[in-house]
Design a protein. Structure first.
Length: 288
């Protein structure tokens, strides 16, 4: 029976550390601020944005929300991003994705000042991650690395399989595992023999958005299984990309949904915002 990786508990520890850092910075007269931009009426995005604002309040980060209507033009959004780039109170800018279809996401991401890009989605930050020279990491993969570290399982030399090739999770996740000396395979919708490849994984990360795709017969006994999925079923319940009840019997460690990866993403966003403020203001977090 797998051990459950408690993302809620681990994220609470990260947020406690962030809170201490913010308090120390505040004492030096350095404030930390995050702007969260939400365009349109995507209900899942609304929930995520609310959680991000709540986390800011809990750790002492100043936050402001900019909610824009669905029909906002690309020019209007670009002009808001430029305003936030120039705003001294704001150290981090997060434009919640997905954006409405008439807005070019890449154009918006490219407009965010790389120093304030706490998602690490800007091409400059993506490139820096590729060469291992980064200030901050994309929040979900960074959170997953913390979850894997909490198991005590070494990544070096292990077979790592990432299902999903998104810019937000799959691709950067593979890169972080590679930086930690994993032997990494990225699978996607066109992959042949998916089950066979997954069965080789010591560390398996599922980030495809297909409810309960990963079954017991796709998991090596004892493997670390990380479920990034957040799928809403017809009955309104939430489920991951992993069939939890089935895989729990085989895996060594497994993340639940909810309460696994989700809370970690937000905790790492808080950490990135502090890092951004420290870099912008040439500050240091003085430790006692
Ligand atoms: N939508 C889903 N995940 C994310 C994320 O990590 N950042 C942003 N900006 N949008 C998202």
């Amino acid at each position: 029976m797998a051990q459950i990786i408690d993302g809620k508990l681990i994220s609470a520890k990260v947020k406690d550390q962030v809170k201490e850092q913010v308090e120390k910075l505040n004492k030096q007269g350095v404030s930390v601020g995050l702007a969260v931009v939400l365009v349109g009426n995507n209900p899942a995005s609304r929930v995520y944005v609310n959680s991000k604002k709540k986390a800011c309040a809990a750790v002492g980060i100043y936050s402001e929300e900019h909610t824009l209507p669905e029909e906002t033009t690309e020019e209007e959004l670009l002009s808001l991003v430029q305003k936030l780039n120039a705003d001294k109170k704001i150290n981090g800018i997060l434009v919640q994705l997905p954006l409405p279809r008439h807005i070019d996401e890449n154009k918006i991401i490219n407009a965010i000042s790389p120093e304030k890009d706490v998602d690490a989605f800007h091409p400059q930050n993506v490139g820096r991650i590729m060469i291992g020279e980064f200030d901050f990491l994309p929040c979900t993969p960074a959170g997953i690395m913390e979850l894997i570290a909490s198991t005590g399982v070494e990544i070096t030399g292990k077979r790592c399989v990432v299902i999903g090739r998104s810019n937000i999770v799959g691709k950067p996740m593979a890169m972080l595992l590679l930086h930690k000396n994993g032997t990494v395979t990225i699978c996607h919708s066109k992959t042949q023999n998916l089950a066979e490849i997954c069965r080789e994984a010591d560390i398996l990360v599922a980030a495809v958005g297909v409810p309960k795709l990963v079954k017991k017969d796709m998991v090596k006994p004892g493997a670390v299984v990380i479920d990034v999925g957040m799928n809403r079923l017809d009955d309104g319940s939430l489920c991951g990309d992993v069939d939890f009840a089935d895989v729990q019997e085989t895996a060594g460690y497994i993340t639940p949904v909810p309460g696994g990866v989700g809370p970690m993403t937000i905790a790492m966003l808080m950490q990135n915002t502090v890092t951004a403020a420290v870099l912008q203001k040439n500050a240091v977090v003085i430790t006692d």
